[in-house]
Design a protein around this ligand. Structure first.
Ligand code: FES
Length: 201
C-alpha cells in the first residue's frame, strides 16, 4: 500500500505544501483549492474536531469513513487543523493498518489467510482470484472496480475458508463460488452496507 508521502504529485512527505483553510499551497507558491470531496468533509465534519493532538486518530477515522481513504488533501487539511506537522501525521496514520492511502475500488474482496482458512485452502483461493482479477493482494483492479485484500482472521473460523465481499461474510468458499460472488458484486452499482453472514457460499 502506498503511503501518503509516496504520491506521485507533491505531497505530505515531498514538497511540504501548506494547507490554508480550504486551500493548499503547493511547492512553488501556487495556491490550489482542496479536492471538493475533502473540502465538503472538512466543512461539514472535520472543522468541528478540537484542534489538539488527541483528535488525530478520530479525525483520520472520520475522514476515511467519509472519503473511503485518506487522500493527500485530507491529510493536509487535518495536519493544518490540528497544528501538527505533515510528517508527524503521516507517521501516526502509517502506524495503523486501518488507514489506507489509495482510493479503494467500488467493491472490496477480503480473503482470510488465518490458520483455519489456510488449512482449508485460502491460499489457492487467493491465487485464483488474483489471477482472475489480474491484481495482487492489497491492490485495486485497473478499472477501479475491485480492491483485493487479505486479513489474518475474521473470527469466523468455523466457516473456513472465509471471504468477505462488500461487507458480507461468506463461508466455505471455493474458487468457483468466489468468482461467482465477485461477478455478482459487479452487478450492483454500490457495495452493500453493513455486514451479513452467509455460510456455504
Ligand atoms: S482463520 Fe479465517 S476466519 Fe479465522
Amino acid at each position: 500500500m502506498k503511503k501518503p508521502g509516496s504520491h506521485d504529485s507533491p505531497g505530505m512527505g515531498g514538497g511540504k505544501p501548506k494547507a490554508e483553510g480550504a486551500r493548499i499551497r503547493r511547492p512553488g507558491g501556487a495556491v490550489l483549492p482542496l479536492d471538493p470531496e475533502v473540502e465538503r468533509w472538512f466543512a461539514a465534519v472535520g472543522a468541528a474536531f478540537p484542534a489538539s493532538r488527541s483528535s488525530i486518530i478520530p479525525m483520520l477515522q472520520s475522514a476515511q469513513a467519509s472519503l473511503g481513504y485518506l487522500p493527500r488533501d485530507a491529510m493536509q487539511a487535518i495536519a493544518r487543523h490540528l497544528k501538527v506537522s505533515p510528517v508527524t501525521l503521516e507517521g501516526v496514520a502509517s502506524f495503523y493498518a486501518q488507514f489506507r492511502f489509495d482510493k479503494p475500488g467500488r467493491h472490496r474482496v477480503t480473503v482470510c489467510r488465518g490458520t483455519a482458512c489456510y488449512v482449508r485452502g485460502s491460499s489457492k483461493l487467493m491465487d485464483d482470484i488474483q489471477a482472475d482479477l489480474k491484481v495482487a493482494a492489497g491492490g485495486t483492479t485497473a478499472d477501479g472496480e475491485v480492491t483485493l485484500e487479505a486479513v489474518s482472521c475474521f473470527g469466523a473460523c468455523a466457516l473456513a475458508p472465509v471471504v468477505v465481499v462488500d461487507g458480507t461474510v461468506n463461508g466455505r468458499v471455493s474458487s468457483a463460488s468466489l468468482k461467482a460472488l465477485v461477478d455478482a458484486a459487479g452487478q450492483h452499482p454500490q457495495p452493500q452496507p453493513g455486514r451479513r453472514t452467509k455460510a456455504g457460499a
